[in-house]
Design a binder for this molecule. Structure first.
Ligand code: PEP
Ligand code: MN
Length: 371
């Protein structure tokens, strides 16, 4: 059960302390407090764990300081949607809203290779009014002999260039908890020229210690990519690890499933799950067409499969697109075959806009017919 306190009631206030004293006296109930500091107001939640069946929503609502009470099911306690649950489906980071009803595009390099390529990418983004990007510095690779990413050495110039070109958020994968500290330090050194969304990759979805470390910090939001060989429930529980440690600025990423059934694409495209994840949880949903499709194959009309599946995901309500570009794909050190060209960026964005407008039209149509 979750007690959502009245706005701006701090956990240190007398009223809250009295409430906590009372709740601590309840038999077989453990308490967990979560405090969220927003720009305009703060919200405190008290999670009651244990024998809550004996408590009624009405009696909890009557306690002083309590605004809303949600009885949660066992699944996805913090991030899940529960009966009578009106908690938000959005958060703001670096002035940008991430929500279940907006769309953000993160086009960029799969992996940072040279400073020149980072600058060419950032300039193309700025020229196309983009404020988010993806840049991998720590790359998990199948072979230990493959390029492992530039690591912390590239962070200062990546962040500086982001500041120069007005990029506000960079999605960047971390594979070890020390990377979070390295990112934090490099951002500090560059005067917080930009912001970072930590990415947990598909291979690390069940690296529970990494999930806990990423979840313990609240400075950076997190993009959790679903595990490519586990079921959806298991991946959603991975997201819940982040939230249970305190960070609920989580976006859930669909990136295709590993199975030959998806051939000839690199992975079996799973964007039919966009609306499933939105139904089950409060998380905005990201699609990654590049790692799903993995090639520049196109249909007979000439449209790239990467663009077809992007449109499919957006028409179904996706809230974020993570997509690989490269100034010279043939020379990319990672995932060149799936990279789009910089000259294709305006074309890609226009196609995204068409799909988003179609989604909005579908929402309006649904309202007209069903409400
Ligand atoms: C990536 O986005 O660079 C990546 C490695 O993705 P995934 O973890 O989905 O394979
Ligand atoms: Mn990649």
């Amino acid at each position: 059960m979750i007690l959502i306190l009245k706005p701006n009631l701090s956990p240190d206030s007398l009223e809250c302390q009295k409430l906590l004293n009372h709740l601590s006296s309840l038999p077989n109930i453990e308490l967990r407090i979560h405090h969220e500091q927003g720009i305009e107001q703060s919200l405190t939640e008290i999670h009651l764990i244990g024998h809550t069946a004996a408590l009624t929503v009405e009696e909890m609502k009557r306690l002083p300081g309590v605004g809303q009470v949600v009885r949660v099911s066992e699944r996805y306690r913090v991030l899940g949607r529960h009966n009578g649950d009106h908690r938000p489906t959005h958060f703001t980071y670096q002035g940008i809203r991430f929500s279940q009803d907006s769309l953000n595009v993160f086009a960029g390099l799969c992996a940072v290779d040279t400073r020149e390529n980072v600058e060419l990418m950032m300039r193309a983004l700025r020229d196309n009014e983009q404020v988010c990007t993806r840049m991998g510095a720590y790359k998990p690779r199948t072979s230990p002999y493959s390029f492992q990413g530039r690591g912390k050495g590239c962070l200062p110039y990546v962040f500086e260039l982001a500041g120069k070109y007005g990029i506000k958020v960079i999605a960047m994968e971390v594979t070890h908890e020390s990377h979070i500290e390295e990112i934090h330090e490099a951002l500090n050194i560059t005067g917080n020229a930009t912001g970072v969304m930590l990415q947990i990759g598909t291979r690390n979805t069940q690296n529970f210690e990494l999930l806990k470390s990423a979840g313990r910090q609240q400075e950076f939001p997190i993009l959790l990519k679903r595990g490519f060989g586990i079921n959806l429930d298991e991946s959603l529980h991975a997201a819940e690890y982040l939230a249970s440690e305190g960070n609920r600025k989580v976006i859930f990423g669909l990136r295709g499933m590993k199975t030959n059934i998806g051939d000839p694409h690199r992975n079996f495209v799973d964007f039919a799950h966009v609306s499933v994840v939105k139904q089950l949880t409060h998380m905005p949903v990201c699609i990654d067409p590049s790692h799903s499709v993995g090639t520049r194959s196109s249909g007979p009309e000439g449209i790239l499969d990467i663009m077809h599946v992007t449109a499919q995901g957006i028409v179904a309500g996706a809230n974020m697109v993570l997509v690989d570009f490269h100034p010279e794909p043939a020379r990319a050190l990672v995932d060149g075959p799936q990279a789009l060209l910089l000259k294709e960026l305006p074309y890609f964005l226009e196609d995204v806009q068409i799909a988003w407008e179609a989604y909005e039209k579908r929402i309006a149509l649904n309202r007209r017919y069903l409400n």
